[in-house]
Design a protein around this ligand. Structure first.
Ligand code: FEO
Length: 170
């Protein structure tokens, strides 16, 4: 059984994951408007993964016979500057999400909530991957620069990302 505090915190995390999806959908649309189809694809897939994260928590709350309560989603910004600025913002956002997941884990430990600890373990690992894949893109942008051919090559690489539901990657 989940504590009221844990139910509230998990509901808040659903909101943050859906906001992440919204933010990345906005980045996808911005990339499309800049002619960066690979970036648009990468962010679109990222958005799908964020919805998966939200649904994972949604299902967990319900499995624990608790109530999901959806909250208003903040409006994301619409313009993100250069690809480098956009990717830096993405990394910053993922670091923020990592801190939220860590707070949830701290709460589970504090409350001796072993079920939530096991549940949250997946998110701890996922955040390592999320930060690492964004860092990889950032490194490439730093190395290759953001102009002409180099950016075209990075954009082409990002076009290859394909969505796989997270339930199939365990
Ligand atoms: Fe759901 Fe990108 O963290």
């Amino acid at each position: 059984m989940l504590s009221d505090k844990m139910i509230e915190a998990l509901n808040e995390q659903i909101n943050k994951e859906i906001y992440s999806a919204y933010l990345y959908l906005s980045m996808s649309s911005y990339s499309e408007s800049q002619g960066l189809k690979g970036f648009a694809n990468w962010y679109f897939v990222q958005q799908q993964e964020e919805i998966d994260h939200a649904m994972r928590i949604y299902n967990y709350i319900q499995e624990q016979s608790a109530r999901v309560k959806l909250k208003a989603i903040d409006q994301p910004q619409a313009d993100f500057g250069t690809p480098m600025e956009m990717v830096k913002k993405t990394l910053e956002h993922e670091k923020f999400v990592t801190s939220l997941i860590n707070n949830l884990m701290n709460l589970a430990i504090e409350e001796n909530d072993h079920a939530s600890r096991i549940f949250l373990q997946w998110f701890i690992s996922e955040q390592i991957e999320e930060e690492s894949s964004v860092n990889e893109i950032l490194d490439k942008l730093k190395l290759a620069g953001e102009k002409g051919n180099a950016l075209f090559m990075i954009d082409k690489e990002l076009m290859a990302r394909v969505y796989t539901p997270s339930s199939q990657t365990e």
